[in-house]
Design a protein around this ligand. Structure first.
Ligand SMILES: Nc1nc(=O)c2c([nH]1)NC[C@@H]1CN(c3ccc(C(=O)N[C@@H](CCC(=O)O)C(=O)O)cc3)C=[N+]21
Ligand SMILES: [Mg+2]
Length: 287
């Protein structure tokens, strides 16, 4: 039997309309709209598309969007100054530093990310937010893993007691995903490049999350019949064509649920950025 395809658009629309309702409520209470600043350094074409999409979505939502476009050769201190200016800007409630940074700045990436005020950290990358997530405290949660969880919840996919296997241990996806699944009482295994018998472990998963960054990494033999397969991969195979980490055509014949790429969890990522921006604004504006 063929898997149910979890189309992101449907879920993203629902989550954006929830955020929109909160924006209306906030503006009735305070007269203020949430503000999101996205900093983009240099001319990475994929980043430019993402930033434009975020800006468009903000406009649809009634979020004030400010794009701070800095030159490829921006210096370390200049970027820090820009972050600090936004930290102190009362009209800005969320700050996102678009990654990847240009080569010359990459070695300072964590320094920049940690300069963003934790209350404005809509990516959830600040150690305060990562730490709070790991101990189950209220915090800003990274948008991609949060979107995956919201999608499963909206699709009525049970998590409690399930075996979840995550392939990938990044701070952006793998680790926060593990914490979110653990908090929902899944039994979580995190696999990575040093994992022995990865295919065997993956094949035991009720919920399999692929966040590897390699096209067709997850093949049908690595998937249990009826499993939920969440594909977080974004692999650019042509200037305007992306594909995930899962061999979709074959895996969809075996899985119970599967997310496509494009059209899957990527759309939820943007919806969750809107959600986090609204939550950040509420934290900063409401007593
Ligand atoms: N500080 C930071 N935070 C991020 O959250 C962040 C980032 N940097 N750098 C790049 C990645 C990537 N990312 C995506 C957002 C939306 C889609 C998305 O909307 N995807 C659609 C369309 C994709 C397409 O066709 O190109 C889809 O999957 O259907 C994908 C990927 C956020 N990122
Ligand atoms: Mg394929």
């Amino acid at each position: 039997m063929s898997a149910t395809i979890l189309w992101g658009k449907l879920y993203a629309e629902k989550l954006k309309s929830e955020a929109r309702a909160k924006i209306i409520e906030l503006s009735e209470k305070t007269g203020i709209a949430p503000g999101l600043a996205v900093i983009i350094v240099g001319g990475n074409p994929a980043s430019q598309v993402y930033v434009r999409n975020k800006h468009k979505t903000c406009e649809e939502m009634g979020i004030n969007s400010q794009i701070v476009a800095l030159a490829e050769n921006t210096g370390r201190q200049e970027l820090i100054d820009n972050i600090e200016k936004l930290n102190n800007d009362k009209g800005i409630h969320g700050i996102l530093l678009q990654l990847p940074l240009p080569k010359g700045l990459q070695k300072y990436e964590n320094e920049f990310l940690y300069k963003i005020s934790p209350v404005k950290d809509v990516d959830g990358f600040h150690p305060i937010n990562a730490g709070r997530l790991s101990i189950g405290e209220k915090c800003m949660v990274p948008c991609t893993p949060l979107g995956c969880i919201k999608m499963m919840e909206l699709a009525d996919i049970p998590i409690e007691g399930k075996k979840a296997v995550i392939i990938g241990r990044s701070n952006i996806v793998g680790k926060p995903m593990a914490n979110l699944l653990l908090a929902r009482n899944a039994t979580v295994t995190v696999c990575h490049s040093h994992t022995a018998d990865l295919a065997k472990i993956a094949a035991e998963a009720d919920i399999l999350v692929a966040a590897v960054g390699r096209p067709n990494f997850v093949t049908a033999d690595m998937v249990k019949s009826g499993a939920v397969v969440i594909d977080v991969g974004i692999n650019r195979i042509a200037p305007k064509k992306i594909t995930g980490d899962v061999d979709f055509d074959n895996v969809k014949e075996k899985a119970g649920f599967i997310t496509p790429v494009p059209g899957g969890v990527g759309l939820l990522t943007i919806a969750m950025l809107m959600h986090n921006t609204v939550e950040a604004a509420k934290m900063q504006l409401l007593p």
